[in-house]
Each structure stands twice: as C-alpha cells, then as structure tokens.
Write a protein that binds this ligand. Structure first.
Ligand SMILES: [Fe+2]
Length: 259
C-alpha cells in the first residue's frame, strides 16, 4: 500500500490522505477536507476512490462526506460511536474491523480520548514499513486536545496502551501538521531534549512544503506525552513526588492547553 499525504497548508494545517493499492488502482480517502484537491490527486495518481473514512466526528474531518460521496460515489465509513452525530454513513466501524484498500487492507483500532469515538488505521506500506493514520489522537510531538468531546485520562490510556507499544519503525501520519509548534512546546518543558532541538532546527532550515512524518521511535524521543518518565520533564513540571506517569501526562496536557 502507498500512503499519499495531501498537506493542505490551510489555517488548520490539515493533512488529508489517500491510501492507495497500486495493484487494483483503488484508494481510500481519509478525513477529506479539501475535496477538489483530493479528487485531483486521485486523478493524478490514476486511482479510483472507493471508500471515505473518518477517524472521528469533528467537522473538519467528517464535514465533507456528502460532497466527497457526490464526487466519487464512494462508501462513507465512520466510527460506530460517532454514528449519532454524523449522517449518511454506509458502514460503522469498530475496533478490529478491516477496511479494504483494493487488494490490501488496513485495520481499525479504537483510540478514544481526543473524542470518545476516535479510531486509527493501521497498515503496511509497500516497502514493509508499518504505519498508523492517527487522526487527531497522536500528532508529531504531541497529542490531540480533549476540549471538544474528549477525556484526558482516557487519552492517556490510549497513548500508553495502543501507541507506546508500537514498533519504533512505525510511521505516524497525523490529521494535522503541528510538528513545528509541538517541538517548541517540548523544548519549553524539556530544553535539554537534543532530539527535539535537532529536529526543530532541521524544520527551520527546510522550506516547509512537505511535512516531516515521524516514526514512533522518534516520538519516544521528542513527544512529551510519551516521556512521562523523563527526569527533566518531571523536574520542570514541578510536580510533587512520587508522581505516577498518568499524572505527568495529565499535567503536560493541561500545560499544553494553556501554552
Ligand atoms: Fe479533532
């Protein structure tokens, strides 16, 4: 499978995706926002969009379903837990489901926290690299906020239970490109984080046209929400000891909300 990111460079820094099966020349569109761009990209790739998948119910991820379906005729799929807030769904997705991408497939995992209905899609690229399309749950050097239908303790369980165990080489494809700003947040709490500093300066020297997609291995080094055990993070948050990893995560989430 090929993952084709479509960075929109709009006010939300959306990244739309096509998941493409090169054999059958079919594609799944994930969280479409700029419908004309996605349709044009599918045409440029010579593939037919057969499914539209929402990672969660927020309008900037699921609000263009009808327009996408009108343009492509593709089936619309969204988390079952979001069914009450979305219209025109052809298939309701639950943890463990598979979605066909031509001759290949991706697996659905429930990843509640940013919203309680959120899902992520897991697959393998043509070169053998495992990947996750993470919606607004895991971002480069960050996680989703919990202010619009989410729950921070649940998000902590999702990050530690679903994402932390993934193999280092797993590529992360998030719903927004917040990496640069998130790295600045990392360095505000953990100024001694050499990996975050190196990546921040790499981004500073690039023209920014193509997003940098991290791996889970990189996230372990640069994402505070996976670094609750870091002594520097704990010291700079000035939390009373002993503190559980969960409390550190919640403190970081709260800091980021007000940063
Ligand atoms: Fe969202």
């Amino acid at each position: 499978m090929r993952v084709v990111p479509i960075p929109l460079r709009n006010a939300f820094d959306h990244i739309n995706y096509l998941l493409v099966c090169s054999v059958k020349r079919e594609a799944v569109a994930v969280d479409p926002y700029d419908v004309p761009r996605i349709v044009a990209e599918a045409e440029a790739q010579g593939v037919t969009i057969t499914s539209i998948v929402n990672t969660h119910e927020h309008w900037d991820h699921a609000g263009k379903n009808a327009e996408m379906k009108a343009r492509t005729g593709a089936a619309v799929m969204a988390p079952r837990a979001a069914a009450g807030t979305l219209e025109g769904l052809d298939r309701l997705l639950v943890d463990g489901d598979t979605i066909s991408v031509g001759a290949e497939s991706v697996t659905v995992r429930a990843v509640p926290g940013h919203t309680m209905a959120s899902i992520a899609l897991f697959g393998v690229e043509d070169d053998g690299t495992p990947f996750v399309v993470s919606g607004d749950t895991l971002f480069g050097a960050g996680v989703g906020n919990c202010g619009y239908g989410g729950h921070a303790p649940t998000l902590q369980e999702t990050i530690s239970g679903v994402f932390a165990p993934l193999a280092d080489e797993t590529r992360v494809y998030p719903g927004h490109d917040y990496l640069k700003r998130n790295l600045a947040f990392t360095l505000s709490i953990e100024p001694g984080n050499a990996a975050a500093r190196a990546l921040a300066s790499l981004l500073e020297s690039s023209d920014g046209s193509a997003p940098h997609f991290t791996t889970i291995g990189e996230e372990r080094a640069i994402n505070l929400f996976l670094r609750s055990g870091s002594p520097e993070v704990r010291a700079n948050l000035e939390l009373p000891a002993p503190t559980r990893d969960t409390d550190v995560f919640l403190a970081i989430r709260s800091r980021r909300d007000h940063w």
